[in-house]
Design a protein around this ligand. Structure first.
Ligand SMILES: [Zn+2]
Length: 241
């Protein structure tokens, strides 16, 4: 049984290495994803601002057209006032002219506000475009680095999987099945060392008789609490384990 446990321990070390490599691969991808997300956020924000910008520009155009029309109206009414017959007619033309002037004053105020807002929006758009192109440049660089890192990590992973495939041949099938099931259910750790009667997998005490049996290394024993395959672990092994 001692040999079999040793084989399983070696297998677990390999599997932990594989998991670590997989985590690193995922981290490389997640970094790129984050950068892509940032770019897309900037893009979206920029689009919203551009929509606002175009709405304001349209409003500006409308105001300018109306302003021009009313200026024309004012000129027309003032010309008519020159050769007027009655006071009533005069008052009516004067009112039309004054109304147009008042409307134009309001339009000018709004145009001023729009001009300020447009200036602000243009500034923000430029800022966002700069930020986005900076991120895009970084993404390009990071993608190159990530591709290289991917190749390295995948290479290491392939190598170690080959090693695992060789190791696995030495493990009896029933034991391997037990190991694989436990590994899946116990977060990658199927085996746990037991040091001074305490399981290092769950940090619970092992009953003394079971611990004695474990030290004999004659049979495959499971921790009564976490169900992991137990192996006796000397105190000096703890540092490494
Ligand atoms: Zn345990």
């Amino acid at each position: 049984m001692k040999d079999e446990i040793a084989q399983l321990k070696a297998l677990q070390a390999i599997d932990l290495e594989i998991s670590a490599l997989e985590e690193q691969l995922a981290a490389v991808d997640s970094e790129l994803d984050q950068r892509r997300q940032t770019i897309s956020d900037y893009q979206q924000e920029g689009e919203q601002l551009r929509e606002k910008q175009s709405a304001l520009q349209q409003r500006k155009q409308e105001l300018e057209t109306s302003l021009e029309e009313d200026l024309e109206k004012i000129r027309d009414r003032q010309a008519k006032m020159m050769n007027i017959q009655t006071n009533r007619e005069y008052q009516s033309l004067l009112k039309e002219s004054d109304d147009a002037k008042k409307a134009n004053k309001e339009r000018e105020d709004e145009l001023l506000r729009i001009a300020e807002e447009l200036e602000e929006i243009e500034k923000k758009i430029t800022e966002l475009d700069n930020l986005r192109s900076g991120e895009e440049k970084l993404l390009k660089e990071d993608t190159k680095k990530a591709e290289k890192r991917h190749i390295e990590l995948t290479g290491s992973k392939e190598k170690i999987i080959k090693k695992r495939n060789t190791k696995v041949k030495n493990v009896p099938p029933a034991m391997l099945k037990k190991y694989d099931t436990l590994r899946e259910r116990r977060n990658g750790l199927a085996l746990a060392g037991v040091e001074a009667g305490v399981c290092r997998g769950c940090f619970m005490n092992i009953p003394p008789q079971l611990y004695n049996d474990l030290l004999k290394e004659e049979q495959l024993l499971l921790c009564p609490t976490c169900n992991r395959i137990m192996f006796p672990q000397a105190a000096e092994e703890t540092e490494k384990a």
